[in-house]
Design a protein around this ligand. Structure first.
Ligand code: HEC
Ligand code: HEC
Length: 338
């Protein structure tokens, strides 16, 4: 009798493991969407890629010694092994997104690329490591995700073989449960704050600027900052409070001050940002966002003014002994409510 029960238990466990290994993630065939690269669509895709969704921050070769991790000329979309100093659970490789048929995405269908972006399923059916922010991108409208795909097809094809991603236990199991199917997504609302809400989601403001515990956002504290990121072994950077709290958030900022925070980095984005040590650098996509349209920045500001104020004072560069040496800090100092 005992033997039978044991046997049954072992079978059940085995079936459970097989379910996780083979059936999850619960993906479906890639959607059959075909994307036409009209001129308007390409322009929208380029704008999103470079200034809103900042795909190149991970998928490009970057100069890690300079402020804002600028893309190395010719390195856009070529993919890279994410730095070991970030403390990731294994080797995580952001794919080559250029149209090279063997090492890039040239032989993937539009539907496969769309599924990867919004659902987190790789072309081979594999769950993607969630550093790829597909949970945020799941809100991308059909129009915008198609624009992104159209633009990716125009990147110069670069042959760049990269190692495969290899994620350690238990994350390799956990990540199988995360992908969810995404059906059609309508365009963003056209009112200013509604558009701002959409942008704050797909450009990662909400993700990076909300505190997380055990992989989940802490309820009631959206946009209150304190999300900590490891840049290197000796350098953390912590996101700022973007709620309208007057003392610790952006409650006293004017719309113009908010816009200036971003546009002050335009020169860096156009040229070569200064060299900085890791504790003075930031994961905040300053270079890309400096080129976001004034309209979009205004919409984000309008939306942020509507979120619940949360009192939370943040030290953004805890490992930087001389805060005034942070690029842009002098101009930032006058504006920051800290
Ligand atoms: C924060 C870093 C990050 C950002 C930003 C990011 N990605 Fe990724 N992406 C990754 C990583 C890492 C992987 C590989 C994950 C893995 O192999 O498990 C990936 C995988 C992919 C894949 C899967 C390719 C395949 O093998 O099927 C596609 C397509 C992709 N990303 C497109 C994009 C696009 C388009 C954007 C912008 C809208 C973007 N990514 C933004 C990190 C990022
Ligand atoms: C990848 C993570 C990440 C994303 C995405 C991100 N931020 Fe940040 N942000 C940070 C971090 C970390 C800091 C603090 C360090 C610094 O100032 O560079 C910061 C700082 C800021 C500051 C400066 C606040 C101050 O008091 O000086 C503003 C404003 C800001 N972010 C707005 C935004 C907005 C708006 C978005 C979306 C459009 C956004 N961020 C997206 C990580 C992020």
């Amino acid at each position: 009798m005992l033997r039978k029960i044991l046997l049954a238990a072992v079978c059940l466990l085995g079936a459970g493991a097989a379910y996780v290994a083979f059936l999850l993630p619960s993906h479906r065939p890639a959607p059959g969407m075909r994307v036409d690269g009209t001129e308007a669509r390409l322009a929208r895709g380029k704008y999103l890629y470079e200034h809103v969704t900042n795909c190149g921050d991970c998928h490009s070769e970057v100069d890690e010694s300079r402020f804002g991790f600028p893309v190395i000329p010719g390195g856009s979309g070529k993919g890279r092994v994410m730095p070991a100093g970030m403390g990731l659970p294994g080797t995580v490789v952001a794919a080559n997104l250029t149209p090279d048929p063997e090492t890039g995405i040239g032989s993937l269908t539009d539907g496969q690329v769309i599924r990867a972006i919004r659902e987190g399923i790789g072309h081979d059916g594999r769950p993607l490591f969630p550093l790829m922010p597909y949970a945020e991108y799941s809100s991308l409208s059909d129009d915008d995700v198609q624009a992104l795909v159209a633009y990716l097809r125009t990147l110069p094809a670069a042959r760049n073989p990269l190692p495969a991603t290899k994620v350690n236990f238990p994350m390799n199991v956990i990540m199988r449960f995360l992908p969810k199917p995404v059906d059609s997504v309508p365009p963003a609302p056209s009112d200013q704050a509604g558009r701002g809400k959409y942008l704050a989601q797909v450009s990662g403001c909400r993700f990076c600027h909300s505190p997380f515990e055990k992989g989940r956002p802490v309820e009631g504290r959206d946009f209150s900052g304190s999300h900590e990121f490891q840049l290197a072994a000796n350098a953390r950077v912590v996101s700022a409070n973007l709620t309208p709290d007057e003392e610790t958030g952006i409650g006293r900022w004017s719309e113009q001050e908010f816009i200036d925070k971003f546009t002050q980095f335009k020169d860096y984005a156009a040229g070569t940002p200064p060299k900085v040590d890791y504790p003075y650098n930031s994961i905040m996509p300053w270079l890309g966002l400096s080129g976001a349209s004034e309209d979009d920045l205004k919409a984000i500001f309008a939306y942020l003014k509507t979120v619940k104020p949360v009192r939370n004072a943040v030290v953004t560069h805890p490992d930087a002994p001389e805060e005034r040496n942070i690029p842009g800090y002098r101009k930032r100092a006058g504006l920051s409510p800290r």
